[in-house]
Write a protein that binds this ligand. Structure first.
Ligand code: SPV
Ligand code: MN
Length: 627
């Protein structure tokens, strides 16, 4: 290792921290760390091992420096992000693209040289007056073909603490892998803080991703989705790596659905943010492996998946004791939890939109002191908690955690689910004809109405292939092709399903209750083994009424009427055709490398819909398909 790097570490780190860093035999790591200590210029550097003592130090520092505040229940704390720093900033999240590389027109990019220059300028001395925390983690279970070691440099104890709840420790893994570690690197600074301890220079908020060197930079922001490097930032690096190596990185939950005779069938599920992914993964009666990101690999003729994370950064809005009893119990017990952007009451309890009980008369939230009716400077009403307010918790705090959650082999996947926020087109659950049909008409055709998880207007229908658009680091066509290839080389790939929890009637009311998704899961589980029959429609296989009635009764003790079934499972020919046209147009015009089979499959679907429409009319009730 060059002398100057050793010297720098000797100068900048105290003895104890120096030894902790040097215990990892990886000159590339030492050099990287040295570079950013020099550039960001923190007052102090803390190297965290996997020891309880080091982890406790970070946790306590977050409280001591005011980034988190203790709450009434043991282990609970709260963190606030700035009023305008409440969601992922898509506009300022960009890929640093080397000359000659083209990611297509849908991804946000900046020339690598120019971007690095800009971000390095912003980072100069940015940690002055701050302590830098350096942490090591492992994405995926340790000691597994899925493992990816990561190092995070951050001057936010809140970010470092969050990562402790969300990821598996990796200091020992770094020591084990030594010089052979192919690791991801993250540098984050919250930048200058104001008196409320929130990032002051939001205008200089930047999140730049260098997939070539596997580095992500994030500055002048605190919101987890912009700063927790191992989450969506690492995901972009992993998609790039997966594309090169022939596996998949997906924005997917991973869960065990429990079938007859103690059978467990594992499903992945892709849903855009705020569309029911976490609450599906934590549904009563089933077990959770993960709620957000999955790595999927083929072994023999089977597909296996792991949860990249070991905790949940989940949306809290709407969590209540009836619909989400598992999350509810965890959130009301003495666990280690960070609440972000909720309302703190005088008694140091918390409130969020949709929680059981009355809205408090006052409290403190991301806008400061809060009372009902409060308006912000633009005249918009300030809700008690932000719609994108979150809870951060270890999966091991949930009673439904699946026993294979840390299995280095992953779990074998039986089915893959795609679902978006769709008020008028898809039926509540439908099985694709086969892998190619599923990837194209369910995954690659996914659309969803926008939500508060990203900055900008809500309720606008947007194209979001595999719910992964925000995180893609390869051109869309190539990504769709990777998905097609993954399953088409398998004799019996996982089955693919489309679900829609958000179907509305003519009056704009939801047609289903939130708990109904449990029924769709049980139906899909049985379909993986073809244990029940289904009706063939132009868009896929839909359930038979008697099967659903039985599952509704057994699972929810609910009478499911034929009338409801008919309304929910009516195939809407005009809406389905418009959707195909919208999707086709996107793949024809804005995607530059669409695999030709996509157009063929969409044309076939269009022909089936037209033929059925001529025969049965625009709105085709399920009894038409009955044999
Ligand atoms: C999402 O928005 O999809 C999340 C949270 O899971 S974030 O980390 O913001 O991506
Ligand atoms: Mn997500």
């Amino acid at each position: 290792m060059p002398e100057n790097i050793i010297k720098l570490h000797e100068n900048r780190l105290d003895k104890k921290n120096y030894h902790k860093l040097m215990a990892i035999d990886n000159p590339h790591l030492h050099q990287f760390v040295a570079e950013y200590i020099e550039l960001c210029n923190p007052d102090k550097v803390f190297i965290s091992t996997d020891s309880e003592e080091d982890i406790r130090y970070i946790k306590e520092t977050a409280i001591r420096n005011g980034e988190e505040m203790k709450l009434a229940i043991e282990g609970h704390s709260v963190h606030f992000d700035g009023y305008y720093d409440q969601a992922r900033d898509k506009g300022h999240t960009k890929f640093l693209v080397p000359k000659g590389v083209d990611l297509g027109p849908n991804l946000n990019t900046i020339d690598k040289h120019e971007g690095l220059q800009e971000i390095h300028e912003i980072m100069k001395d940015i940690m002055k007056g701050h302590e830098l925390y350096i942490r090591f983690f492992c994405l995926g279970p340790t000691n597994s073909e899925f493992s990816i070691p990561c190092v995070e440099l951050t001057d936010s104890a809140y970010v470092a603490h969050s990562e402790d709840l969300l990821y598996r420790n990796g200091y020992e893994e770094f020591k084990r892998q030594g010089r052979s570690a192919q690791f991801f690197k993250f540098v984050h600074s919250a930048g200058e803080l104001d008196e409320r301890k929130v990032s002051r220079n939001i205008d200089k908020r930047r999140i730049y991703i260098d997939f070539e060197d596997a580095v992500v930079y994030s500055v002048n922001t605190q919101y987890g989705g912009n700063t927790i490097g191992l989450k969506k930032l690492a995901m972009r690096l992993a998609i790039h790596r997966a594309a090169k190596e022939g596996w998949l990185t997906e924005h997917m939950l991973l869960m065990g659905v429990h079938g007859p005779d103690k059978r467990t069938t594992y499903f992945t599920g892709a849903f855009p943010s705020l569309c029911g992914k976490t609450s599906t993964a934590m549904i009563p009666h089933e077990t959770i492996v993960g709620d957000d990101i999955a790595y999927i690999r083929k072994r023999g003729d089977k597909a296996y998946a792991v949860n990249v994370e070991s905790g949940v950064f989940g949306i809290i809005m709407g969590v209540n004791s009836k619909d989400d009893p598992i999350i509810w119990n965890a959130l009301n017990s003495p666990n280690e939890i960070i609440f972000s952007n909720v309302l703190i009451k005088e008694d140091k309890g918390v409130y969020w939109i949709g929680k059981d009980g009355d809205v408090p008369k006052k409290g403190k939230n991301h806008s400061g002191e809060w009372v009902p009716g409060k308006k912000d400077t633009e005249g918009n009403e300030v809700t008690p908690s932000h719609k994108n307010a979150r809870f951060t918790i270890k999966l091991s705090s949930l009673k439904s955690v699946d026993f294979k959650m840390n299995d280095p082999n992953g779990v074998e996947i039986g089915g893959m689910i795609y679902g978006g926020r769709d008020s008028d087109t898809w039926v509540p659950v439908e099985e694709a004809f086969d892998w190619t049909h599923g990837i194209i008409t369910k995954g690659a055709s996914l659309e969803s109405e926008t939500t508060a998880a990203t900055l900008g207007k809500e309720g606008v229908r947007q194209f979001n292939p595999m719910s992964n658009l925000d995180f893609l680091s390869v051109p869309i066509g190539r990504y769709v092709d990777m998905n097609l290839k993954f399953g088409s080389s398998m004799e019996k790939p996982p089955k693919i399903f489309g679900v829609n929890y958000f179907l509305k009637d003519r009056n704009g009311n939801f047609m289903n209750e939130r708990v109904d998704k449990g029924v769709w899961l049980k139906w899909m589980e049985l379909r993986v083994y073809n244990e029940i029959d289904a009706l063939k429609t132009p868009t896929g296989y839909i359930p038979m009424y008697d099967d659903l009635r039985k599952i509704f009764k057994e699972l929810l003790n609910k009478i499911y009427s034929r009338e409801d079934y008919i309304k929910q499972f009516t195939i809407k020919v005009p809406e389905s055709l418009s959707k195909i046209e919208r999707i086709k147009k996107i793949y024809e015009t804005t995607v530059t490398d669409t695999p030709p089979v996509l157009f063929k499959i969409l044309e076939e679907e269009k022909r089936r819909l037209n033929e059925a429409g001529e025969k049965y009319g625009d709105y085709i009730t399920p009894d038409r398909w009955e044999k």
